[in-house]
Design a protein around this ligand. Sequence first.
Ligand SMILES: *Cc1c(COP(=O)(O)O)cnc(C)c1O
Length: 408
Amino acid sequence: MTSPQETSSILPTYVRAPVAFVRGEGAWLEASDGARFLDFGAGIAVAVLGHSHPHLVESLIEQGQKLWHVSNLYKIPTAERLAKRLTDATFADYVFFTNSGAEACEGAIKTARKYQFVSGHPERVEIITFDGAFHGRTIATIAAGGNDKYIEGFGAPVEGFHRKTPFGDIEAVKAAINERTAAIMVEPIQGEGGVRTAPASFFRALRDLCDQHGLLLVFDEVQSGVGRTGKFFAYEHLGITPDIMAVAKGIGGGFPLGAFLATKEAAKGMVAGTHGSTYGGNPLGTAIGNAVLDLVLAVGFLDKVAKTGLALKQRLAELKDKHPHVIEGIRGEGLLIGLKIADRIPCGELAAAVRDQHMLVIPAGENVIRMLPPLIIGDVEVNAAFARLDAACSAIEAKFPLGNGARA
Ligand SMILES: *Cc1c(COP(=O)(O)O)cnc(C)c1O
């Protein structure tokens, strides 16, 4: 018997769960067989307003009937408006729109290097990055990331990255700085790495180091941004601002849209002709980005995300007390939450057990189960999540009994 996966014409770079979704509403997805799933993955932190949000659907249809694409050879009013709203609400003075997170990171890297170049330091090209970091899957962003498996077999890694600096270790960062250093690039909370956090003091020390040495601080907020942590961007928790920031995932609410943002000073090398994108900032994508901001920046929205995040964490603490040999810790901020799973249980096994309970969560590094629900969830979803996770943990306890080690 052949599985659908074996007959698929899609390049098999993903191991896919045997389920196909055909419809979504809010935090719920409907599978092709009619089963309803509670979606605590949101398409990997993308569907911040849930699925089929009426305001997004309306914006898609309205702009879709007017104009989709013209290219950046012309002024694009929807992009101008979105950029203005982003700069008004952040540290930044300029925005460049992309179609994905990796492109946003690439643009951030280019901007940092060009800044040093036009500042009379053409030798400063190296970007300090961290262990557990994830910045995308392009040739340059894999060289920036912390995962050797993503690099292997794709030729010599792109030069100019000081990789795998210990995350949270300021002395290691100091030791990594040399006369070729251009910037430090960091996720305020590592998503793929396992919802790893570092104290605010670490990020403030990074800011100080950058200021002392004439380096740029680049934040990758592709996963942590657009309300995910209960602030518009996660840097707002830290009492500092970056010079450059990569954004994607939530900003399009499901439409492929990304951006990098920069201060006027950090962007000073990015003059006409230095960067481009055919699709970037197209009328359709940026109309939807504006619709996302209509809701995320509405009064009270982010406060509710923070409140819901606390309520979820409280229920998860209860879950941990109930299943202490499955869940060893709870991490994260707002609605970017990780459950550290006991080492004898591969987190993919637990994710599958959760899926058996008709709920979606996402495995991450350090044997962590990641929860990134739509930001519009409330008590109903939090309680439904608790019940499903509770049942999944019980099933996993039966499958991985204590003392016997992991079953083959
Ligand atoms: C997802 C992600 C990226 C890459 O985004 P793509 O849209 O997949 O290219 C980069 N950085 C971080 C922190 C991410 O979570």
